[in-house]
Write a protein that binds this ligand. Structure first.
Ligand SMILES: NC(=O)C1=CN([C@@H]2O[C@H](COP(=O)(O)OP(=O)(O)OC[C@H]3O[C@@H](n4cnc5c(N)ncnc54)[C@H](OP(=O)(O)O)[C@@H]3O)[C@@H](O)[C@H]2O)C=CC1
Ligand SMILES: CC[C@](O)(C(C)=O)C(=O)O
Ligand SMILES: [Mg+2]
Ligand SMILES: [Mg+2]
Length: 342
């Protein structure tokens, strides 16, 4: 049984007695910083010169310094720049300015697991990884709830790294939901697998194939959009509430029977074999090497794939339909429709 933590298992005053530098003010960065601040923690944001995020952070009344200056004064440095930027940022701005006993925190274990960052022995190295997108980490906190977190300690130099990590997890609202004890290896490999095989890669491909199958057979794109994309959220909401069983209980018997007989025809045993191959590439480091090599070369593969995804007909159909859904526009996001191929 996994070891679980809740609010009562953590002492908020530990993180409240530290100076925390949050490096990066993107999806996770803004959520951690604002939740920490609202939990009474002394937070400074570290951003590169000319950063486009500076204005947003300053508009929230947060103190913004360069990465080097923010790190110099920090007891805890939470690195929330993109994974592919962390290695360079650590070598040039973070490591040379880190206090001898400062703790290094991450929200994903990528750079530690694959050896791109190797912290000195004097630092606590811990992870507080929300299991959800940053904008929901903030939204849930504001609404008095939290997004579950998984917590790990890679290096306990101080002897109190666990208490510090749990205190941080409580401050961002994660322990209002639950914290699960993990390791950097388990978090990194399972997170990459989940997002590639099921949550992002698997779900996106499934939706696109469903849309293509219906529209190529002559059905209206708008009808196809509702069937294979919009309604997916409603079905997944039921799964979150009561598992796959509740979803099957709520839909018609026709849908439930179709689920049993056609689901395994679409997602057949080959899919599981493919999933195992994806997991093997994650475990061996092959995925990490491919991602970082492409990023180091200016991300030509990544940019081409992003542009191809944005050009899929389901995006244009959805953009037009969503203009009519006042309720679908989130107020806490700066996402601009059609901007994905940036
Ligand atoms: N997105 C999510 O919801 C989740 C992310 N994570 C993990 O959290 C970490 C942060 O991810 P995420 O929030 O998506 O990151 P984002 O892509 O949203 O981070 C953008 C921020 O990083 C800054 N930044 C970008 N490049 C650099 C650079 N080269 N040097 C310095 N600052 C830079 C940007 O500033 P500028 O304006 O200067 O470009 C901006 O403030 C990652 O480890 C990720 O795996 C974990 C769970 C979920
Ligand atoms: C599912 C994608 C994620 O792992 C996340 C939001 O948890 C990420 O890397 O953004
Ligand atoms: Mg994740
Ligand atoms: Mg991830």
């Amino acid at each position: 049984m996994a070891e679980l933590f809740y609010d009562d298992d953590a002492d908020l005053s530990i993180i409240q007695s530290k100076k925390v530098a949050v490096i990066g003010y993107g999806s996770q960065g803004h959520a951690h910083a604002l939740n920490l601040r609202d939990s009474g923690v002394d937070v400074t944001i570290g951003l590169r010169e000319g950063s486009s995020s500076r204005e947003k952070a300053e508009n929230e009344g947060l103190k913004v310094l360069t990465v080097a200056e923010a790190v110099k004064q920090a007891d805890v440095v939470m690195i929330l720049a993109p994974d592919q930027a962390q290695r360079g940022l650590y070598a040039s701005e973070i490591e040379p300015n880190l206090k001898a006993d400062a703790a290094l925190f991450f929200a994903h274990g990528f750079n530690i697991r694959f050896g791109y960052i190797k912290p000195g022995a004097g630092h606590d190295v811990a992870m507080v990884a929300p299991k959800g997108p940053g904008h929901l980490v903030r939204r849930e906190y504001v609404d008095g709830r939290g997004v579950p977190v998984i917590v790990a300690v890679e290096q306990d130099a101080s002897g109190s790294a666990w208490a510090l990590a749990l205190s941080y997890a409580k401050a961002i609202g994660g322990l209002r939901a639950a914290g699960i004890k993990t390791t950097f290896t388990e978090e990194t490999e399972s997170d990459l697998f989940g997002e590639q095989a099921v949550l992002c890669g698997g779900a996106s491909q499934l939706v696109q194939y469903g849309f293509e199958t219906l529209t190529e057979a002559g059905y209206q794109p708008e009808v196809a959009y509702f069937e294979v994309l919009h309604e997916l959220k409603l079905i997944v909401d039921l799964m979150i509430e009561g598992g796959i069983a509740k979803q099957r209980w709520s839909v018609s018997d026709t849908a439930e029977y179709g689920d049993y007989v056609s689901g395994p025809r679409v997602i057949d045993p080959h899919v599981k074999e493919n999933m195992k191959a994806v997991l093997a590439d994650i475990q061996s480091g092959a995925f990490a090497e491919r991602f970082i090599a492409d990023q180091d070369a200016g991300a030509p593969e990544f940019k081409a794939l992003r542009a191809k995804g944005e050009a899929h007909p389901i995006e244009a159909t959805g953009r037009e339909l969503r203009k009519m859904f006042a309720w679908v526009k989130p107020s806490d996001s700066d996402y601009v429709e059609g901007s994905a191929a940036r």
